[in-house]
Design a protein around this ligand. Structure first.
Ligand code: GLU
Length: 328
């Protein structure tokens, strides 16, 4: 028990909150090459639970973008598979069951605080994208206490007050004290719908995902997700967090830096092979032989053959969309 080899399963998990850009492309390509290099099957999952920010056109566009890049997946909303459905808004029953398990185990409490309450009360340092550390205002609630008015609270996960370490497959050992450095975090919204942290853990776990490759911005979230894996009694995947693509100002690539949407490249003269070559070169995976390969499938095959995590560049990638040349 415990030592059986699981079949390798990887996933791509775009959020249809907007267009996919060059930074997303680079991360998806690395995830794809890494998966294929170990013969992992690849799942495409659409993370569409962030309701106010979801754009109706963005799911279809993300799938067109990924196919344009030459990325192929084995399971997904368009091809089906054994782990469906592949769209998070169709998986809410699974999140509800997990939430009930966390409730029964006393690991979550109802929290009526608004984002503003938390920001005002939080004196702890900000944890970047993870938001301010929750000051614990509602944390005294215990199982059996009355619940606040429906719709007025989210369920918040109570972190353990222990140091946590994990070994990122790419960037090595990471440590933090989740209760102090990140704080208790919501696993639902006030509507009762699952929040990202819960949905992603339930999905990766129920889809049998064994390796997660994603952007460095989600590294702090991994501590939260590992807490959830543990609380739900599930086996976590390996995590590899890859450098982000940033603008010249050092900030994550975004609209303000210029237009790097893949859809815009597709509509202009840029060929997908140029984007793939750029990504391979920026990742330190490019060779002279690859420069000679003029067909997209062949290029992917060569990169997959050459793919090694230990040669992958650890540098943040800086691009200036105005002057970037994707022709190598
Ligand atoms: N859907 C998330 C995003 O597009 C990725 C989540 C993950 O990889 O865990 O940022």
């Amino acid at each position: 028990m415990g030592s059986e080899q699981l079949p390798a399963v990887a996933r791509l998990a775009p959020s249809p909150t907007g267009a996919q850009h060059l930074g997303n492309a680079r991360t998806y390509l690395i995830a794809y090459w890494s998966a294929r290099a170990v013969n992992a099957s690849l799942i495409l999952r659409i993370e569409d639970i962030d309701s106010p920010r979801i754009k109706p056109w963005a799911t279809e566009q993300a799938m067109v973008d990924l196919k344009w890049l030459g990325i192929e997946w084995d399971e997904g909303p368009d091809v089906g598979g054994a782990h469906g459905p592949y769209v998070q808004t169709q998986r809410t029953h699974l999140y509800q069951t997990a939430l009930e398990n966390l409730m029964a185990a006393g690991r979550v409490y109802p929290c009526v605080c608004s984002r503003r309450d938390i920001e005002t009360a939080a004196s702890a340092p900000h944890a970047g994208d993870e938001g301010p550390v929750y000051p614990g205002t509602c944390a005294n609630w215990q199982l059996g206490d009355p619940l606040p008015e429906p719709g007025s609270f989210c369920w918040r996960f109570r972190c353990r007050t222990e140091q946590m370490d994990f070994v990122d497959h790419f960037v090595g050992t990471q440590s933090c004290m989740p209760s102090r450095d990140l704080g208790d975090f919501p696993v639902t919204r006030k509507t009762g719908d699952a929040a990202y942290q819960l949905a992603v853990v339930v999905d990766d776990s129920s889809m049998g995902v064994t390796e997660v490759v994603r952007g460095m911005d989600l590294l702090p979230s991994t501590f939260r997700q590992l807490e959830l894996y543990r609380a739900l009694g599930c086996q976590p995947p390996t995590f590899s967090h890859v450098p982000l693509v940033v603008g010249k100002d050092g900030r994550r690539l975004a609209k303000r830096h210029g237009d790097t949407r893949l859809s815009q490249y597709r509509e202009s003269q840029i060929r997908p092979i140029d984007v793939v070559r750029w990504a391979a070169q920026s990742a330190g995976l490019f060779s002279d032989a690859m420069a000679q390969t003029s067909d997209l499938t062949g290029l992917h095959q060569e990169i997959i053959r050459a793919f090694r995590w230990d040669v992958l560049s650890r540098e943040t990638v800086i691009v200036d969309p105005g002057s970037i040349s994707l022709r190598i």
